[in-house]
Design a protein around this ligand. Sequence first.
Ligand code: PFF
Length: 452
Amino acid sequence: MSNRANFGSKLGVILASAGSAVGLGNIWRFPYEAGNHGGAAFIFIYLGCVLILGLPILIAEFLIGRHSRANTAGAYQKLAPGTHWRWVGRMGVLAGFLILSYYSVVAGWTLEYIFEAATNAFTGKSADDFITSFQQFSASPWRPVVWLVAFLVSTHLIIVKGVEKGIEKSSKIMMPALFIIILILVGCSVTLPGAGAGIEFLLKPDFSKVDGNVFLGAMGQAFFSLSLGMGCLCTYASYFGKDTNLAKTAFSVGVIDTCVAVLAGFIIFPAAFSVGIQPDSGPSLIFITLPNVFQQAFGNVPVLAYVFSVMFYVLLAMAALTSTISLHEVVTAYLHEEFRFSRGKAAKMVTGGCIFLGVFCSLSLGVLKEYTVGGLTIFDLFDFVTAKLMLPLGGLFIALFTGWYLDKKIVWEEITNNGTLKVPLYRLIVFILKYIAPITVSLIFINELGLL
Ligand code: PFF
C-alpha cells in the first residue's frame, strides 16, 4: 500500500495522538480519583504508572503500527502471519467499536449541556433542579439519541475527510483551543474566594489513603486515559513518517494527557470548595454537581457564570470529539483495508453501527433500564467489558507480543529509527515490555475480576 495516508507534520502527530488520549476520562474521572485517593499521593502513583507502564506500552503500540503500516488487525497479520496474534488486533477493533457506541452517548450529553448553558437554562436553578433535569434528560427516549446521532455524524464528517485533512487538521484546531479554554477556566477557578481548600484537597499528599487498590486504580486510569490496549495509537502510528521519534512522541503524549488531567482538577475542586460542595463521582459530577457549582460560584456576575459554563462544556465536547475520532478511525481503517470497502463506505458502516448500538446504550438508562445482564444495564455492560476486560487484556498481549514474539531487530529499528536516534532507556523499555508490564497488567486484570 504505497499510497497510504500519512500525517503531514510532527506537531500533527503529537496533537492527534494527544487528542485521542485527552478525553472524558481526564476531565471527570481523574480529578475525582485523585481527590478521593490521597490527592498528590495518587498523582504521584499515577505518574509512576504512566512512566513505568503506560509509556513502554504506548511505544510498543507505536512500533507495531509504524512497522506494519496497517490497521491494527492487519498489523498482527503482517508481523505474525498465520498465528493467533491476529485476534489481539481483532479484539482491539471490536473494543473500539463498542467503546465508541457508549462513549458517544456521554459525548452527546455534552452537546445538550452546551445548548442548555448557551440558552441560559442554568440560571436560577437550585441543586435539586439540576438533579431532576439531568435524570429526566438522560432517561428521555429521544433527546439524548438526537445528540448521540449529532456527535457521531460530526465524528463521521471528520473521518471521511481523511487522515491529514480530517484527523490532523481538526486536532490542530481543537487541541490548542482546548488548552486555551483550560487555562482560562483554571485562572477563573483558582481565584474564587475560598478556592484554596480545593487546591489543598487536590495537592496535599495523604499517604494514609494509599493502599493496594489505589495503586491498581491508578494503573487502570492510566490505561484508559492513554487510550492503550486496543490499537488506537497503533492505528495512528501506521500514519507516522519514518523520521518520527516514537519514544519522544510517546513522552509528549503522556505529558500532555497528564497535564490536562491535573489541570481539570484545578478547574473542578477550587470552584466546588469555594461554594462548599463536596465533588461527586462519575457523570453526576460533570452533569449535576458542576453546573450547580458554576451557578453558585459566579452567581454574582451572571455573565461570568454563563461564559464559564459554556466554555466548560465546549471543552468537554472537544476533548470527547478528538477521542471519538480516534476510536472511529480504528474500525474504519480495519474495514477499509481488510475488506476493501471504500473509506467513505467503511466510515458509514461504523457510524451506522455505532448509532444502532448507541441507541440501545442510551435507552438502557431510561426505558430499557429493566433489561440487564449480570445486574448491569447495556450501557454499564459495554463499559465493563471494554474498559475493565478488553483494554487490560489487549495491553497484556501487546506487551507480550513486543517483548517476546517480535524480532528484536524490528523493535530496535523502530525505536531508534534504524540506529539514527540515541534512546538511552532502550534496554529498560524492552525489559519492562518483557517482564514488568505483563506481570503488573495481569495483576490489575485479576484484581478487576475480583480474583485477588
Ligand atoms: N483516552 C480517552 C479518554 O481519556 O477519555 C478514552 C479512549 C479513547 C479510550 C480511545 C480508548 C481509546 F482507544
